[in-house]
Design a protein around this ligand. Structure first.
Ligand code: M6R
Length: 366
């Protein structure tokens, strides 16, 4: 049932090209190069009327939400707030009749996420769910559902669900920008073209998995490491760090690179591994300055860049290159080597990759 792989996690990592294809395929009109969401019950006018969006989720699903926030805000200019469900549900949130709530849950059964959904509905807020399980509580109780078509995810560490959630959020953001007219047809078509290339690009990254395996050997015995990035790269850093600590039990922290000098830089010393994501052109130079800061303290830096970037290697020790796409779509590609890194590090430490200690696949108690 693991399809020739030695763990469900590795199998699910390799299923990502298909999961993305299935999640975006039926929602892209290839002739018109635009997004269609026939499953939405509300009218376009209703959808266009929201002026504020909350994205509520836990763990990896919340990290997908952070990517979604940036993408929705960039494409539609609607303010989006992301919060973890366990905080949000007790927060007495501010709702208006123009508030939309999006809950994201792979399982559709996470107790805190479900509770946040129910609280919002009680207050009359429209809730849209992004979930992977048809018939789950979240799918049944939400007003609207966008399914991720990732197939069953068995490993506790979420991989294909995350990339599929991000893909579904791209679909939603594009659709919203179409009906609000915040992006031109050409801009939408350009993003759609690049989205369609993602599955093949993920396959390319997977074919080069060995590169990441070697780096896992290097970090498998360290006690601590850091992930840094800015904007979308920061959102992905959080996910890379969670994945690594969850299954390898190595302490790691993700930091918005510009925040380092407000405390965390004190922990950077000789040979501390730092994984630095640098795919976003608008803050690239700032990111390089932050890398120089950690290098100056002796950090060993693994950089992440787009293929064709010949500059980053001048500042870091090693680079993982991902195929070139639009900066907006980088998260779906950069997260793949980070998932592989978590997997290979856990495997090199002889741990149970699929069932990490203390954790459950679906957290149905608060
Ligand atoms: O099923 P959900 O998406 O609601 O689960 C949320 C989190 O429990 C989940 O993403 C968790 O963080 C993963 N084990 C991380 O890999």
């Amino acid at each position: 049932e693991k399809g020739g792989f030695d763990s469900f996690m590795l199998k699910e990592i390799f299923e990502q090209p298909q999961a993305i294809r299935d999640t975006i395929g039926s929602r892209i009109d290839l002739d018109e190069k635009k997004v269609v969401l026939p499953e939405l019950k509300m009218s376009d006018a209703q959808l266009a009327s929201y002026d504020r969006i909350y994205i509520i989720a836990c763990g990896t699903s919340m990290h997908a939400g952070l990517v979604g926030k940036d993408v929705i805000e960039k494409l539609t200019r609607i303010p989006v707030e992301v919060a973890v469900a366990s905080e949000f549900r007790y927060r007495d949130p501010i709702y208006t009749d123009k508030t939309l709530m999006i809950v994201i849950s792979q399982s559709g059964e996470t107790a805190d996420t479900l509770a946040a959904l129910r609280e919002a509905k009680k207050s009359g807020v429209t809730v849209m769910a992004i979930t992977n399980v048809v018939g789950s509580s979240v799918a049944r109780e939400a007003d609207e559902v966008l399914f991720t078509w990732a197939g069953p995810e068995v490993a506790v560490a979420s991989t294909k669900a995350y990339t599929s959630q991000v893909a579904a959020l791209y679909m939603f953001a594009l659709y919203l920008s179409q009906i609000k007219g915040t992006q031109s047809a050409e801009q939408i078509a350009e993003i759609v073209d690049h989205l369609l290339e993602l599955p093949g690009q993920i396959s390319q990254i997977l074919a080069d998995a060995d590169h990441v395996r070697q780096y896992a050997e290097r970090i498998k015995d360290v006690t601590s490491l850091f992930f840094i990035g800015r904007s979308l790269d920061y959102a992905v850093s959080l996910e890379g760090s969670l994945k690594l600590k969850e299954i390898s039990y190595i302490h790691s922290e993700a930091y918005a690179a510009g925040e380092l000098k407000h405390g965390t830089l004190a922990l950077i010393e000789e040979d501390v591994p730092v994984i630095a994501l640098a795919t976003q052109p608008d803050i690239y130079e700032k990111m390089v300055s932050n890398i120089v800061e950690v290098k100056a303290r002796g950090a060993h830096v693994l950089g992440f860049a787009f293929a064709g970037d010949n500059d980053l290697i001048k500042t870091v020790d090693q680079v993982v290159y991902v195929p070139k796409t639009l900066p907006l779509l980088a998260p779906i590609l950069t997260v793949i080597p980070l998932q592989l890194l978590a997997y290979y590090t856990s495997a090199a430490r002889g741990l149970d990759v699929d069932k990490p200690r203390n954790l459950a696949k679906s957290v149905t108690v608060e």
